[in-house]
Design a protein around this ligand. Structure first.
Ligand SMILES: [Zn+2]
Length: 307
């Protein structure tokens, strides 16, 4: 590496090369993308970040754009776990009527689950860049703001803010954290879910386009410690932090290995999330991670924040 890029969080150039990776899920680009590690912040970041190529790197068949996807068994298990997690999230929020915002929430399907988990959730809103999700979100009773979170302007404040698998997609995570803090009602809770690159699968597939890189759509990746540190630096208190299963990252990584061996076929038209092995792998790797969880670090982190 001839030049060392500046870290998107601390702006210092104290970074080293970490890995190169390719888009092994949607094949939107044949480019190699490079991750660097900032030693001060302990984050990985993509450099350059293809933030001016969003139309290209989020194809029309991108999974979170699938607004009426049928619920597979794996998805139904996930929904059951999500509803339990929502109940835990809102338990300590006071009030008889709560407002919730899902950042990057698409059609608002998680807000539907949140409302089922806590009937006090009355007013709901989505901020998302996907115009196709808008009608369904509105039909489900959610306000819909077709914009990025960075550009989202409102006088509303929210008791619950969901940022699930969101913060790793943005160019300036600290600005997003500060914005979320500004929109959070006192006593409210933010739930962030994001990959952890200090995990077994992340190490095994470090130089094999690990699924958690989600190349080139994940721009900044944390460890549990670095996420906690940066949330505190943005002014939050941490109410809860835990590892959770990283089955999607195992699955994408494994399907890519099988693809390289010529044992399974994925393409831009048939991305790995649609492969018939995916639901099976999800269940198997989720089970593996749940078994490992008491004594090892898995590749996703859940954190609940209060102001
Ligand atoms: Zn840094």
């Amino acid at each position: 590496m001839s030049t060392t890029p500046a870290c998107p969080i601390c702006a210092r150039p104290r970074c080293s090369f970490y890995a190169t990776a390719q888009d092994i899920e949607y094949f939107t680009s044949a480019d190699d993308f490079t991750f660097f590690r900032c030693h001060d912040c302990d984050v990985l970041f993509l450099d350059p970040m293809p933030s001016d190529r969003l139309e290209e790197i989020y194809p029309t068949n991108y999974y979170s754009f699938h607004v009426d996807a049928e619920r597979s068994i794996a998805q139904r298990i996930k929904r059951f776990l999500d509803e339990r997690a929502f109940a835990a999230l809102t338990r300590n929020i006071k009030g008889s009527s709560l407002a919730a915002l899902d950042v990057g929430g698409g059609s608002g399907w998680l807000l539907n689950d949140l409302k089922r988990a806590d009937p006090r959730v009355k007013r709901t809103a989505v901020v998302d860049i996907d115009p196709r999700a808008e009608d369904i979100a509105r039909a489900n009773g959610h306000a819909y703001h077709l914009t990025t979170f960075e550009k989202f302007e409102t006088d509303d404040r929210f008791d619950v803010i969901l940022m699930l698998n969101l913060i790793e997609h943005v160019t300036d995570p600290m600005a997003v954290l500060r914005k979320a803090k500004q929109l959070l009602q006192p006593g409210g809770r933010i739930w962030i879910k994001t990959p952890n690159f200090d995990a077994l699968d992340a190490r095994l597939f470090r130089n094999r386009s690990w699924g958690g890189y989600h190349t080139p759509r994940h721009f900044v990746l944390f460890t549990r410690d670095s996420l906690v540190r940066h949330c505190k630096a943005a002014g939050f208190e941490v109410a809860h932090c835990s590892y959770t299963q990283g089955a999607p990252f195992w699955t994408v990584s494994m399907i890519n290995e099988l693809r390289k061996l010529g044992l399974c076929r994925v393409s831009a038209q048939r991305p790995s999330i649609e492969h018939r092995l995916t639901p099976l792998f999800h269940i198997g790797f989720a089970a593996l991670d749940f078994l490992r969880m008491p004594f090892s670090r898995t590749s996703q982190i859940n954190i609940h924040l209060t102001s």
